[in-house]
Design a protein. Structure first.
Length: 322
């Protein structure tokens, strides 16, 4: 993990937690189990576009879609799809799933709260265009790793119903999903590893200050909207924002079935994060499963082998029940 932090500081443009473990993966075009459509625009904000790559199975398509959140340290890039995530995506397309590899706005430009808006937008876009991609809009799954796992759990517990009054047609669709399966996600920034441990860019996550650097427009004396962004420093407000971006805060009985795969030697994201979220979901009556990897730290060699468990989870919880 020390190697990761060194890499993080050096690679400002694009850093993924897992890059030190494996190199780029290539799939021969003749053997590819999918067709890939790059740079599908799912939204726009602040003068830039938000895009995803869509992977459509070349055979045995099951009519089910899974959103893959491309994220590490709350940084996202298209290069990462080929650089690390492609082998995971391939495991899903071989089983017939259509995969939406979502690239979100990255820290340090955006905070987690702002990034989550991208994730909600992506789900709504997929549901709005479900017919075009031949997927069932009522049976969508989500997966991701580390920060991508956190965003997966957050959309699982805090996805929103449709807004029938929205001006944009895409926003009239729900951002809720029907199944979550992810790897080693942060789930509670106010109780991080133990009760009362604050990790809102502090403590264990002190090297990740930017995604928690919450700001708001200045408020001039005349009451008009300010022209600068000011850092939020009030501890009570920061705590509330930390609560809002913690999946555990939003647990309700109608949340989707949730699987988490986690190493019990993880120092960056303690396995306690998976245990407490799943315990609360289970208490609410939500189907859950925790797969513990003995001795595994934050990311482990040949992690892609564990995608079989993810695929099996989606097979059970996304497939229509007769």
């Amino acid at each position: 993990m020390r190697q990761y932090f060194i890499h993080l500081r050096r690679m400002v443009a694009c850093v993924l937690l897992f890059a030190a473990l494996v190199g780029p993966v290539r799939v021969d075009a003749a053997d590819a189990p999918h067709q890939r459509t790059k740079d599908v625009i799912y939204g726009r904000k602040h003068g830039v576009v938000l895009t995803m790559d869509v992977f459509t199975p070349t055979k045995n398509a099951n009519g089910l879609g899974v959103m893959f959140v491309i994220s590490g340290g709350w940084h996202s890039s298209h290069q990462a799809i080929d650089g690390y995530f492609l082998k995971f995506i391939t495991k899903l397309t071989r089983r017939g799933y259509t995969i939406f590899a979502v690239v979100h706005g990255s820290q340090p430009t955006y905070t987690i709260e702002q990034i989550f808006e991208d994730i909600k937008r992506a789900v709504r876009y997929i549901r709005h265009h479900a017919k075009e991609y031949n997927v069932d809009p009522d049976h969508l799954g989500v997966t991701g790793m580390s920060a991508g796992g956190h965003l997966s759990c957050l959309i699982g517990t805090a996805g929103e119903p449709p807004n029938a009054q929205a001006t944009n047609l895409t926003d009239r669709y729900s951002s809720r999903v029907q199944a979550v399966a992810c790897f080693y996600p942060p789930t509670d920034f106010l109780n991080y590893g133990k009760p009362g441990e604050n990790a809102i860019g502090r403590g264990t996550l002190k090297d990740f200050k930017a995604p928690f650097d919450f700001r708001e427009p200045s408020r001039p004396a005349d009451g008009n909207r300010g022209t600068t962004l000011e850092r939020i420093t009030d501890e009570e407000r920061i705590t509330e924002l930390g609560r809002r971006i913690s999946p555990i805060t939003h647990v309700t009985p109608d949340d989707p079935p949730t699987l988490i795969i986690h190493g019990d030697a993880d120092k960056l994201v303690p396995i306690q994060q998976a245990e407490t979220l799943l315990a609360k979901l289970e208490e609410a009556g939500v189907p859950t499963k925790l797969v513990v990897k003995p001795g595994a730290k934050h990311g482990w060699e040949n992690t892609e082998k564990d995608m079989q468990t993810v695929v099996d989870w989606f097979d059970v919880h996304l497939t229509k029940k007769e």
